[in-house]
Design a protein around this ligand. Structure first.
Ligand SMILES: [Zn+2]
Length: 275
């Protein structure tokens, strides 16, 4: 009995042990499955997050591309409205067409004219820069005056023929440059003068007005087209051309002449010439 009881006891607890062991195994199994599910859910979540990020990056890149394209379109549109002649170098082989006329001309205020009776014009987009230059010079007690601005092909041709009659054509080419001629026809170029000095003569190089221009004209986008010692044309201290403030500043910094710079390099400044 005792044995039987003991056997029962034994069997009973054995059975209990088995079922407890099975339960633990079951629990362990379900825990393992849960962990697996959790792990795969996490993997899936990570994959979804990756996909989301990739998609976001793609949308950002597209946005950037659209931005770049619209910038390019904007630049192209701006360039299409700018006259490529504005930054061309003129030489004996390359000069402006006789029919060329600037897109818009503005009158220079008579208070700034060397000869108040003459009327002078300048490219309308250059006038604000020139007016600032003239006013700032005046604030520095330097009197700069405009002897001439825009000259049409016809006006220049008659000046040149007068020179030709007086001096013969060889000398006329020296007095009245084919290059200077084109630059005045462009509408962006002026001849400066100052009181008490004969207009468009080398006397101008010894004036405060000329020294002020050498130090400051670049800030307003103007450069001296034919400096002393240039190989293109006779020295014209009075003759200044507008090329935009960026190009004028860089040429001034590098102590370079507009006519010595590469045309390719110069052309990169066209987009922002009036900024
Ligand atoms: Zn000139």
């Amino acid at each position: 009995m005792t044995l039987a009881y003991g056997g029962y006891q034994y069997r009973q607890s054995h059975l209990e042990n088995i079922s407890l062991g099975e339960k633990v195994t079951e629990l362990e199994e379900s825990l393992r499955l849960s962990e697996e599910n959790l792990a795969s859910a996490e993997t899936e979540k990570a994959q979804l997050a990756d996909q989301l990020n990739a998609e976001k990056a793609r949308v950002d890149a597209l946005g950037e591309q659209v931005g770049e394209i619209s910038d390019t379109v904007g630049d192209l549109d701006k360039l299409s409205k700018l006259d490529p002649e504005l930054l061309q170098k003129y030489s004996k082989v390359y000069f402006l067409n006789e029919h060329y006329v600037p897109s818009r001309l503005a009158s220079i205020d008579s208070e700034y004219l060397y000869n108040e009776a003459s009327s002078q014009q300048i490219h309308a987009s250059v006038w604000p820069f020139l007016e600032d230059l003239l006013q700032d010079a005046a604030n520095d007690d330097v009197t700069l005056m405009i002897i001439s601005g825009y000259r049409s092909f016809g006006a220049q041709a008659s000046i040149k023929s007068n020179y030709s009659v007086t001096y013969g054509s060889g000398t006329a080419n020296q007095f009245s440059a084919d290059q200077g001629y084109s630059e005045h026809q462009l509408g962006t170029t002026v001849d400066f003068g100052t009181p008490g000095v004969s207009p468009t003569t080398l006397e101008f190089q010894n004036t405060d007005a000329y020294r002020w221009l050498l130090d400051n004209a670049h800030k307003y986008g103007f450069v001296l087209s034919y400096p002393a010692g240039n190989t293109y044309y006779i020295f014209e201290p009075w003759h200044w051309r507008f090329v935009g403030t960026d190009l004028a500043r860089d040429l001034h910094q590098d102590e370079k002449n507009f006519y010595d710079a590469e045309q390719r390099e110069i052309d990169t400044y066209l987009l922002n010439i009036f900024d």
